[in-house]
Ligand binder design. Structure first.
Ligand code: AMP
Ligand code: MN
Ligand code: MN
Ligand code: MN
Length: 285
């Protein structure tokens, strides 16, 4: 159970990945994943395809989502695992969260145009599945494709982040709402990639405390953006707050993502994996 090859965080073309849910299922299977979840940003439109593909490949599956949240003036991602993709309140909450993306994307385009980079909105929109799902990743791919930046690392160092051209603040869902939608849909809420947030020690404490108060249950200990020191640190956080530990590559695209689907190491010893609490929610092949 502890060393199960679970990969519970990745993205398809439904959000900002470049592979379809079916292609991801095939890739997960080929890489030896034993339990998989597709977790597109603020959208569950890929869940039925992912589930059908997983079933055809005899791959155990958890329906998932990654919700954008604003907490203490910063963006936090909350992964929901084992959700019912047909739950009406979850669907409405996600639709509302996505709703502001189109206007924001135009504002990002305007902000880039102000520093002489023209056509970014149209370029990013053409790479996205729908105008409601234009993300900074799509802008980043366009900035690389047009030669403005050499790679995504350069993109997020010079653009699209606070204080840089192309950054537009966005009010996402409240933490209480996101956790509520996930729980209401039968799922388990997990704080995604905690080392990526730039919180003070007090703010981080408040994040985990409030998350628990609202019924949040897990934290990603293993994820592509965590260094070995981050893994140790958030393994401690999991024990300290009594949270379940999750593991997910956050895979977006071949050649772009640092960690290939299904290739993270095993969780550190002494942690309880999220999947130990998700057994009834697993869609068995
Ligand atoms: P958005 O939801 O539109 O703000 O876009 C967020 C997405 O941008 C994340 O899910 C990542 O895929 C991508 N992203 C954000 N920061 C970085 C970074 N420093 N390096 C690579 N990708 C990033
Ligand atoms: Mn993403
Ligand atoms: Mn994320
Ligand atoms: Mn993600």
């Amino acid at each position: 159970m502890h060393d199960l090859n679970a990969d519970l965080h990745c993205h398809s073309t439904v959000s900002d990945g470049t592979l379809s849910p079916t292609q991801l299922a095939e890739r997960a299977k080929a890489n030896g994943v034993a339990l998989w979840a597709l977790t597109d940003h603020d959208e569950i439109a890929g869940q039925h395809e992912a589930l059908a593909a997983a079933r055809a490949l005899q791959l155990d599956y958890l329906c998932g989502v990654e919700i954008s949240v604003t907490f203490a003036d910063q963006t936090v991602h909350v992964v929901g695992l084992g959700v019912d993709p047909d739950d009406a309140a979850l669907r409405a909450g996600l639709a509302h969260t996505r709703g502001g993306r189109s206007r924001r994307a135009r504002a990002i385009g305007d902000s880039l145009a102000a520093v002489g980079i023209v056509g970014a909105y149209e370029g990013a929109e053409a790479l996205a599945d729908s105008p409601d799902m234009v993300t900074r990743t799509h802008f980043g791919r366009w900035l690389v494709a047009t030669g403005v930046c050499r790679d995504t690392h350069e993109v997020f160092r010079n653009y699209l982040t606070p204080g840089k051209p192309g950054y537009v603040e966005q009010q996402w869902a409240a933490l209480r709402e996101a956790v509520g939608w996930i729980r209401g849909a039968g799922g388990l809420a997990v704080i995604a990639h905690p080392a990526r947030y730039k919180y003070s020690a007090n703010e981080e404490w408040a994040l985990f405390e409030e998350f628990k108060v609202h019924g949040g249950r897990g934290v990603e200990v293993l994820t592509a953006s965590h260094t070995p020191a981050d893994v140790v640190r958030y393994a401690d956080t999991a024990r300290e707050y009594g949270l379940l530990a999750s593991r997910g590559s956050d895979f977006h695209a071949p050649g772009e993502s640092r960690v290939e689907l299904g290739t993270l190491p095993a969780l550190p010893a002494g942690l309880t994996p999220v999947w130990s609490e998700l057994q009834p929610r697993i869609r068995r092949a």
